[in-house]
Design a protein around this ligand. Structure first.
Ligand code: GLN
Length: 171
């Protein structure tokens, strides 16, 4: 939320299905995908979010958010199952294998973007309509399919606002 404030975006923390009527785009942040998925089901939000995404709402899943968007999840269960990707949970290993990196992601910015991976997933394979935006150490770390964007990293944890501004431009 503070990273979005920095770039002057109107923000709302979505806590109920009714909140979805108040937004034009959704960021599903990092966290623990099993927990978030369970809570989305308990609060009756899985189907309403899926419907908004199918209707074209721009959505961006970061890290656990990427797992929630994926149609196929290795080491876990699909939740929203809207994006034609196979994602491997905890692909880099345990918490101690978390790392920082940087990469030029042409669709986002000409300058290198700093990337933070926290017990991150990677994308193992993609369907025909999915564009690969970035690979790190030979593993896919950012993808886009129509209105859906997914990144394995946490752009909000760096001083760079490039990825957030990119998403805002797409709304
Ligand atoms: N390891 C978490 C999961 O599997 C994702 C971690 C994160 O979002 N930083 O859901």
């Amino acid at each position: 939320m503070s990273a979005l404030e920095k770039i002057g975006a109107n923000r709302l923390i979505v806590k109920t299905a009714a909140d979805l009527d108040k937004i034009d785009a959704l960021i599903i942040p990092g966290g623990e995908s099993t927990t978030v998925s369970r809570l989305l089901n308990i609060f009756g939000m899985t189907e309403p979010i899926r419907k908004r995404i199918k209707d074209g709402m721009p959505v961006w899943g970061t890290c656990a958010g990427m797992i929630l968007l994926a149609k196929n999840v290795l080491g876990g269960e699909p939740c929203l199952g809207v994006m034609d990707v196979t994602v491997r949970r905890n692909a880099y290993g345990r918490q101690t294998e978390s790392f920082k990196s940087s990469a030029v992601i042409p669709e986002i910015s000409e300058a290198p973007v700093p990337l933070v991976f926290i017990r991150a997933p990677w994308v193992e394979s993609v369907g025909g309509n999915v564009k690969i935006l970035c690979e790190i150490n030979g593993h896919i770390a950012a993808v886009r399919e129509n209105n859906m964007l997914a990144t394995a990293f946490h752009p909000e944890l760096t001083s760079s606002t490039a990825a957030l501004e990119y998403f805002l431009r797409r709304i």
